[in-house]
Every structure is written in C-alpha cells, then in structure tokens.
Design a protein around this ligand. Structure first.
Ligand code: ACO
Length: 432
C-alpha cells in the first residue's frame, strides 16, 4: 500500500486539538484512513459495528467493485475465469498470484489429486454423528478434526507447511463433503479416483456406489466446476474475516478453516442458498406462480420478517456478476438434463423480474446474488438442499486458506482484537 500525499484531519467540537491521520492508497478501490494511532493520540476508539466503513486488512487477492458489479481474482475478471479456466486453475491463481503455465498446472493437479484421501480414522469420528446431523455440523467437526491428523503441516511460521496445509485442505474438502453425504444416507464411502478431474472425482464420490460403474456427466461436471470457481473467494466477507481472526491467534490452519465453515453456515451468508431453495419450494407449495405477487408484498412488509432470499448484498449494489454466470449455467444444466420446465426455475425468474422492476428493490439497490440460482442448479444435479452450504464451503476453502496464508506472511500481522464501547454497569460492590 502507498502513503498518499493527502491527509485527513479530525477535529473536535469540545476544544481538543485536531489530529492529522495518514491516508493509504491501494491499486484500485477506496483509499483508507489509517486510524491505528487514534487511541494513543485521543483516547478514543472508532465505532463501526458490522464493519460498514472499516478495512481490517490490506489484501492482494480479490477485488470487488460493488457499484459496478465487478469481481476480480488477482486482477482477472470472474467472467473470463469462469469461461477459460477450471477450478484448479483458479485455486492456483488465488494461492500463488498468477495463473499456472502448463507444467505448473500439471504439478498442481497432481499434488491436489495425491492428497484427496483422508486418514481412515476419520471414519470413526464421522460415525459419532447422528445420521440426521446437518452436513454443516458434520463438516465443522471433520475439518477441525484434520488438525489432529496432520501435525507435520501445522507449523504456521514455515511457508512450506502453510503450502502443504493449503493443498491438503483443497484436496480433502470434496472427500469430507461426500463422506458427510454418504453417511447421511447410510451408504458406503467412495474413495477418490485419481484419473478423474477434481470436480468429476467429487461427483463420483457423491453419487457412485461400489456395485456399479459411474460415468461423469460432462455438462454437470462443468456446471459444478463453475459453481466452485464462482465461490472460490470473495475478499473480506464474514467467514473469511472469521478465518483471519481465528488464525490471527496463531492457531493451526485446519482449526481456522473450521471456524470459517461454522460462520458460513448462517442464513445471511452461505446458508442463503439453502434458505433460497426452501423459499422457492414453499412458494411452489403455496400455489406457485399465481402467488408470487402476494409473496412479494410480504417481502416488502417490514413487520412480516420475510426476506427475498438470494437477493441483496452488503457490497454489491448492482447485479452480482456471479449471479449472471450462475443463471447461464442454470439454464444450460436444466436443458441438458431435460428439466427446462422446472417450476422452481420459472418461479425464480418471475421473482427476479418483479424485483428488478419494483421500487422497493430498485431504491435499495437489491439485486440477485450468487445464491439465487445456485440452489436450482445443485438441486438439478441431485445435491440435497442441506448440502448446498457444504458445497459452498468446499469451494471457499481456497479463498479462506489463501487469505489466511496472506495474513500470516504479512509483516504487519497482529492478533485481531476489536475494541468496544462499554454500555454496562459501572463499578459496583457485591452486597450479601
Ligand atoms: N429482501 C427484502 N428486503 C431486503 C433484502 C431482501 N433480501 N435485503 C435487504 N433488504 C432491505 C432491508 O430490509 C433494508 O431495508 P431498510 O433500509 O428499509 O431498512 C435494506 O434493504 C438494507 O438491508 P440491510 O439488511 O441493512 O443490508 P445488509 O448489507 O446489512 O445485508 C444481506 C445484506 C444480509 C445479504 C441482506 O441483503 C439479506 O439478508 N439478503 C438475503 C439473504 C441472502 O441472500 N444472503 C446471501 C448473501 S451473499 C452470500 O453470502 C454468498
């Protein structure tokens, strides 16, 4: 980051002296006012619940321009990556800063492929869960449990260890997600198969059984790979910030990523795709297209507590570029699987049309986010609703681990420790 010639002056109406604050510039996007010395100079903190105006870190991985609806991974527009690259290209890019050449790609694919198996002991841990446990509960546990198996890659001060943990996490997430799924169905776990692509292998671990051959459907493989690319990173969102904060204590990467999985679970974040599909199913059950208008009235009524899931975003105040790509994929997959008349797709498109023309949404700049269509695609592929957020976690692991590694390698890195405005009791004495 570059120090700007410009400075900010903070003055006070109570006669306290004004102070000057340095301003830093990134390569694109808003400048930041450096308030690190504010407390030392004034005895005051800043107050910003929800981080509406606070940059908690400098980062060179992902850039979002929410007004333009632009998303860049390491400078490359998401639209170009989604069309020209596969998920492992994207992982390499996010982790290493550049797209791989042919040799680098081959080596990276091999490294990931060779780390897909998990220790057999993990199965005993898995069996401790009830069969009806939510897959995100299982995943939070399984990812955290990896730290008990891979002591040889948990020295966070060693860049080689950091890299191996990154490869291990990216490689093992599909295995863990499929284990959670198979376990919920009482089916045997399918081992990874090294001659398949990352995504083809995941599909096989999900849907094959030991008694029959399994043929990967190329359209489905491409669609799921695109879902992975679109979810690979998204700068300092809630789960990524959670991973950074958790990892800032020096804990091992597997524990830090488990905290990200837990955060992603919430319906305002990764859980929105599951919530969005439930919403569509509920509208369908209540009368379908004919009732869409009534549902939208509820959404606009503040007292109803109903939100249009898959709509709105803290950063995008324009169409989420991932939503456009996802809508395209959605149509492709449904048509390839002969499901183009899917009533939920029709409902989603009708809701989107109404929302994009309705003053309530226009004024608040609420547009579809990536989750609006991803649930329909996943459902068509055969992924159960309860696993949608697990798929998101699988894909986002790359972003989490890259952001964690960036933080650990940053000379300015410190344990994260927000301050507060205390509003509780003042000192009082225990009287008994
Ligand atoms: N439906 C109806 N109204 C909405 C919606 C929605 N989906 N989203 C926001 N609004 C309204 C709010 O009621 C509020 O109105 P007001 O100004 O009259 O009070 C205004 O728009 C601003 O909303 P906030 O909640 O203040 O915006 P914030 O940036 O805090 O929230 C969030 C963003 C959580 C994503 C929100 O839009 C939401 O709940 N959306 C539905 C859940 C969802 O799809 N989440 C996925 C996020 S993307 C992801 O994690 C991959």
């Amino acid at each position: 980051m570059k120090l700007s010639d410009n400075k900010a002056t903070l003055s006070f109406t109570d006669g306290s002296p004004a102070i000057e604050l340095p301003i830093y510039q990134g390569t694109i996007g808003p400048d930041v006012i450096d308030i690190r010395k504010l407390y030392g100079q004034t005895g005051m903190f800043t107050y910003d619940p929800g981080f509406l105006s606070t940059a908690a870190t400098a980062s060179g991985i992902t850039y979002i321009d929410g007004d333009k609806g632009e998303l860049l991974y390491r400078g490359y527009p998401i639209e170009q990556l989604a069309v020209n690259c596969d998920y492992l290209d994207t992982c390499y890019l996010i982790l290493n800063g550049d797209l791989p050449n042919v040799e680098q790609k081959k080596e990276f694919d091999t490294q990931v492929t060779r780390h897909t198996m998990v220790n057999e002991q993990m199965n005993f841990f898995l069996r401790g869960f009830r069969r009806d446990a939510h897959p995100m509960a299982v995943l939070t546990g399984l990812v955290g449990a990896l730290s008990a198996f891979y002591h040889d890659s948990t020295d966070i001060t060693n860049p080689q260890h950091r890299y191996i943990s990154a490869i291990r996490l990216i490689a093992k997430m599909p295995t863990l997600v499929s284990m959670a799924y198979k376990y919920s169905r009482g089916e045997p776990t399918i081992f990874p198969k090294n001659d398949l692509s990352y995504t083809g292998n995941f599909l096989r671990m999900m849907f094959a059984n030991p008694c029959e051959d399994y043929q990967v459907n190329e359209v489905v493989e491409r669609a799921l790979d695109r879902i992975f690319i679109l979810h690979a990173d998204h700068e300092q969102n809630a789960s990524t910030s959670t991973v950074r904060l958790c990892g800032s204590s020096g804990t091992n990467p597997f524990a830090a990523i488990a905290s990200g999985v837990a955060c992603l679970w919430g319906p305002a974040h990764g859980g929105a795709n599951e919530a969005c599909l439930h919403m569509l199913e509920q509208i369908q059950a209540n009368g379908g297209l004919a009732t869409v208008g009534k549902f939208m009235e509820q959404v606009k009524d503040k007292n109803s507590g109903v939100r249009l899931m898959g709509f709105g975003h803290r950063v995008y105040k324009n169409y989420d570029p991932r939503a456009k790509l996802m809508q395209e994929t959605c149509k492709e997959v449904l048509s390839a699987l002969g499901l183009e008349n899917d009533p939920l797709l029709k409902l989603a498109m009708a809701l989107e049309k109404i929302a994009l023309e309705d003053d309530y949404f226009v004024q608040r700049k609420l547009y579809p986010n990536v989750d609006f269509y991803s649930g329909i695609v996943q459902r068509a592929i055969g992924i159960p609703t309860s696993l949608f957020t697990g798929i998101f976690a699988l894909a986002r692991t790359t972003g989490w681990i890259a952001q964690w590694a960036e933080m650990i390698a940053d000379p300015e890195y410190k344990i994260g420790r927000p301050r507060q405005l205390y509003t509780g009791e003042t000192v009082r004495q225990v009287k008994r």
